[in-house]
Design a protein around this ligand. Structure first.
Ligand code: FUC
Length: 365
């Protein structure tokens, strides 16, 4: 017989934790060599759930209720592993080592030049031809004390995609009461670059496109780019341009502006105000009332409005993803930082631990 106090403690503990269901693991698919790829589903007591794939650290689905409790899947994605293995524009993926572009796929670090395999013309984009979006991470699910989570672990060997140093990366996805929190942690045995991000395409309506979504970005300036999307080094005020989201504006309002002609929409880095973990962007779908607040400790945010989508990309449930079917809010160090003297640093040195947090919050009030 257990003492009554023990039984009572057990009952209280069960009652306290009854809210957050433990993570559920399932097989999402198999790689050509037969290796299974797992998925972790996290769920909270407020009607939210998220599915995270071991391959690519992909957020495959993210269900969020609106004010009336109607739930929609607010990220673009695919139904099966084969679709993720085919070429696609980083849909829902964890990006590393270096998000966005490194001009000429080269940089100098501590006086030594490094040459990387390019994968966008002469440049390297999103970590190279075999970036972290294509890796199978080790998944460690946890019920957590307050929120269920899954930690994805990856060892990126010395020389991986041309980068120096063996990098140990941990990305923890945690489902809070009203948010998906992503924590990155990395160490390296040699000086290297680290600039991970998350490449979810959000659509708060769960259908159609995001032209009617209202967006606010806490940035007075952005980093203009050349024809190959490489920053010119300039930091330009958003005032009087199509880039100005200091007051909430419909995403579609200025998509036809001359400044966006070359990119056919937004594909630009914002210079975020402030420091530390702070709210940097807000997105709202007027139809459903669903809202997203992006909080991050990063200095930059890439707004990408799925400009090249043309309906040929078939997503979940066979839905054709057309132009502006979703938008990315990629928290990051500014693009090409390693080659731009005035830009924030992405250098990680041995003995240091890189830590960074981004929260995608869906306020319910
Ligand atoms: C964003 C953009 C790129 C690219 C990719 C799929 O990060 O900066 O231009 O199209 O997404």
């Amino acid at each position: 017989m257990r003492p009554l106090s023990h039984v009572l403690v057990t009952i209280v503990l069960v009652a306290m934790t009854a809210e957050a269901a433990p993570p559920v693991r399932h097989e999402f698919g198999r790689l050509p060599d037969g290796r299974p790829v797992g998925a972790t589903r996290l769920e909270n007591a407020h009607g939210m759930s998220v599915t995270i794939l071991d391959r690519g650290g992909v957020v495959q689905a993210l269900h969020v209720p609106d004010a009336d409790g109607r739930t929609a899947d607010v990220v673009l994605g695919f139904d099966d592993l084969d679709a993720y293995r085919r070429a696609h524009p980083y849909v829902g993926a964890t990006i590393g080592r270096f998000a966005n572009r490194i001009a000429g796929a080269r940089f100098v670090l501590e006086g030594r030049p490094w040459v990387l395999p390019p994968n966008e013309g002469a440049h390297q984009l999103h970590g190279g031809p075999e970036g972290f979006d294509q890796r199978v991470f080790e998944a460690v699910p946890s019920s957590g004390e307050e929120a269920p989570s899954v930690e994805l672990r990856l060892t990126s060997p010395d020389g991986d995609q041309g980068f120096p140093g063996a990098l140990e990366l941990r990305v923890t996805f945690r489902l809070l009461a009203d948010a998906l929190r992503i924590d990155y942690e990395a160490t390296s045995d040699a000086a290297t670059l680290v600039n991970p991000t998350h490449h979810a395409y959000f659509n708060l309506a769960g259908e159609g496109d995001v032209r009617e979504h209202e967006l606010w970005i806490d940035a007075e300036a952005f980093t203009p780019v050349d024809a190959e999307l490489i920053p010119t080094g300039e930091v330009r005020p958003v005032e009087g341009t199509a880039f100005d989201f200091r007051q909430p504006r419909r995403v579609g309002d200025r998509l036809g502006a001359h400044e966006l002609r070359a990119t056919r929409g937004y594909d630009h880095n914002y210079v975020l105000r402030g420091e530390g973990l702070r709210a940097v962007a807000r997105l709202r779908d007027p139809e459903s009332g669903r809202r997203l607040v992006v909080e991050t400790d990063r200095p930059g945010l890439q707004l990408f409005t799925a400009n090249g989508f043309d309906g040929r990309l078939l997503g979940k449930g066979g839905r054709a993803y057309g132009r502006h079917a979703g938008l990315c809010l990629e928290t990051q160090v500014w693009p090409d930082a390693p080659n731009q003297p005035g830009f924030p640093s992405a250098v990680l040195r041995p003995g240091e631990t890189f830590r960074s947090t981004t929260i995608f919050r869906f306020p319910s009030d």
